[in-house]
Design a protein around this ligand. Structure first.
Ligand code: ADP
Length: 592
């Protein structure tokens, strides 16, 4: 409705402006009208040069016979005027003087109209920029959207898989919202703000919505960046407006996503638009302080950079409750997958725990995306039901990119097959390495092939033996190339293996205290210019890193040299079938 009125006003203004300008031009046309002396008019009439006149009071507008228009003013009541005109056969038209004055007024108004409109518009936009309580049409209005109130599907804790600690923490907030009375009678202060922090896609928004759903209260959602505008004061006015709206609906929840966009440490130079952002943040603090106790508005805010938030935001009475979310662990991933497969038609025989094992580092959003990708793939293959194969394919696509269409040459294929077979055989012979899930020489993204292994569980800490095995397996590809093709024919294909091995070895030496020569000192902070680390130590770190990798390479090389026969067997099979599962590899090599 408001928008309709706005556009109506705009159109009326445009039409009036156009009329005004046309009028201006009409006036400029009046330059054709010559103002003449009364005496000249009289003589022209008598000489028969005037064809017609219009009488407006004491003004005479006339046409000469030669087409020239003129205007003259009658100085006094000339009684003979009309008879003189008639005798000279001048056509006479008389206008009512009142009508004349009305026309004059309209002309004056129209001539001023463009200027008035321009001034009006300038004042309007200045007011708009300022926002403030008397703000014009919505510029300083909050962009907070009321979600889930009537129409949207209600989200509850059942829609959030895993995150049990977070749910437990937030169920307290649900209790506050539901039984406000109970707490206020006891004189307890209901918390005003909860900060949800964690990596993107870990379900912060989902949890906030589920709190509103559980408590059955309205949910206002807004993003921190919605407050930031080019014009000073707009953000602050939006914050004010948002709280006004929310208080009318209390008890309710305001959810501010990406609060770091407006709540970064003041004076840190983060977030841009310094003055404006600071004003907006101050307004938010003022509003949070200004809640009447137990008013029933609870602000939930989400960020994935809680470290940069202004301490003022986090102090008691503001966002003093914090809920940290992390990437889901193995069993949580399985629960999330279980929840999301409900929305698709899928083969019940699929082992979701295996998919969960193969997706370390995936967030809830990634997992939901994985299920959707699999359903899309199945659709493209005209299947009625999503199978394990679709899920595997979707996972590989998300992890490694799409299959590359370009064909490998036979030589490249052979080399890749020996390289991957090298990794696989070293992995199968290591005591501390993870079970192999599959080996493939179908190129994806930048990788020509890959051996995928599945950790049995998420690891919070890894021991030295496992790290050494990881380096040894990484070296397996390069070692196989060297054994089969010779020193001079190893390729650049091992660069990511070398990178991985170097990273692990360097951390072992300079961070995790796993080198007896370097000791239990953390040298990873010693890159700054105030570092007290001596050149000798740097040199020793380099030697120790090199030492670890050389030893692991030798292990892989010796192992593959000893098992050259199975290296050939596996590589040849890979060239033939291009992709093999862990079980198929073990069977082929008689290791099942
Ligand atoms: P964030 O706000 O932390 O970036 P969202 O709450 O927007 O993440 O999560 C995006 C989507 O990921 C959700 O809509 C949901 O489908 C899925 N998701 C994330 N975490 C979970 C979870 N714990 N359980 C179920 N689904 C989840």
């Amino acid at each position: 409705m408001l928008n309709k009125n706005k556009s109506l006003i705009l159109w009326i203004s445009i039409i009036m402006l156009a009329v005004g300008f046309a009028n201006m031009f009409k006036y400029s046309d009046s330059s054709n009208v010559r103002t003449v002396y009364f005496s000249e008019f009289v003589s022209s009439t008598e000489r028969g040069l005037v064809s017609a006149v219009k009488l407006y009071g004491n003004h005479i507008y006339g046409d000469m016979k030669n087409g020239q228009k003129f205007l003259t003013i009658v100085p006094y009541q000339d009684k003979d005027l009309v008879s003189r005109l008639l005798s000279n056969k001048v056509h006479i038209q008389v206008s009512d003087v009142r009508e004349n004055s009305l026309i004059t007024w309209i002309s004056i108004i129209l001539s001023w109209l463009p200027s008035l409109l321009i001034i009006g518009m300038m004042m309007y936009s200045m007011k708009k920029m300022q926002g403030g309580p008397g703000k014009a049409v919505g510029f300083g209005k909050s962009k907070a959207k009321l979600v889930d109130f009537f129409n949207n599907k209600k989200v509850t804790f059942n829609d959030v898989a895993g995150s049990d600690e977070a749910k437990e923490e937030l169920s307290e907030i649900v209790d506050f919202l539901k039984n406000k009375q109970k707490f206020s009678e006891l004189g307890a202060r209901i918390p005003k703000g909860v900060l949800l922090s964690g990596p993107p896609g870990t379900g912060k928004t989902l949890l906030a919505r589920s709190v509103a759903g559980e408590a059955n209260v309205p949910f206002f959602a807004v993003s921190g960046s919605d407050f930031i505008e080019m014009f000073a004061g707009v953000g602050a006015s939006r914050v004010r407006d948002m709280f006004e709206q929310a208080k009318k609906q209390a008890p309710c929840i305001i959810f501010i996503d990406e609060i770091d966009a407006l709540g970064a440490k003041r004076g840190s130079g983060l977030g841009g638009g310094y003055e404006e952002r600071e004003q907006t943040l101050n307004q938010l603090l003022v509003e949070m302080d200004g809640f009447e106790l137990n008013e029933g508005v609870i602000v939930l805010a989400a960020t994935n950079r809680s470290g940069i938030l202004d301490p003022a935001l986090l102090r008691a009475g503001r966002f003093d409750r914090r809920v940290a979310l992390s990437l889901p662990r193995l069993n949580e991933r399985e629960q999330i997958l279980k929840l999301h497969v409900k929305s698709i038609k899928f083969d019940e025989a699929i082992s979701l725990s295996k998919i969960a094992r193969g997706t370390p580092g995936f967030s809830g959003a990634d997992l939901s995306n994985l299920i959707n990708e699999a359903a899309l793939l199945a659709g493209r293959r005209n299947k009625k039901i999503v199978s394990e194969e679709d899920l595997e394919e979707a996972k590989d696509k998300l992890l490694m990119g799409n299959k590359v269409k370009s064909k490998l040459t036979d030589a490249e294929k052979k080399l890749t097959a020996y390289h991957e077979a090298g990794h696989a055989i070293v992995a199968l012979h290591s005591d501390n390495y993870y079970p192999i899930h599959k080996a493939t020489i179908i190129p994806r993204g930048h990788a020509l092939g890959v051996v995928v292994s599945l950790p049995e569980d998420d690891e919070m800490s890894v021991n030295k033996a496992k790290l050494l095995d990881q380096i040894t397996v990484a070296m397996g590809g390069l070692a196989a190339e060297k054994i089969i093709f010779g020193e001079d024919y190893v390729t650049t294909g091992a660069s990511s293996d070398i990178q991985k091995a170097t990273d692990i070895a360097r951390n072992m030496v300079s961070k995790w205290g796993m080198s007896s020569k370097i000791g239990y000192v953390n040298y990873t902070y010693s890159d700054d210019r105030y570092s007290s680390t001596s050149d000798d130590t740097y040199k020793n770190i380099d030697i120790a890193v090199r030492d670890i990798i050389d030893k692991c390479f030798a292990t892989a090389y010796n192992l593959l040299s000893m098992h050259k026969d199975i290296l050939h067997t596996l590589a040849r099979k890979l060239i033939e079938v291009e992709e093999m599962s862990g079980d198929e590899i073990k069977q082929l090599l008689g290791m099942a």
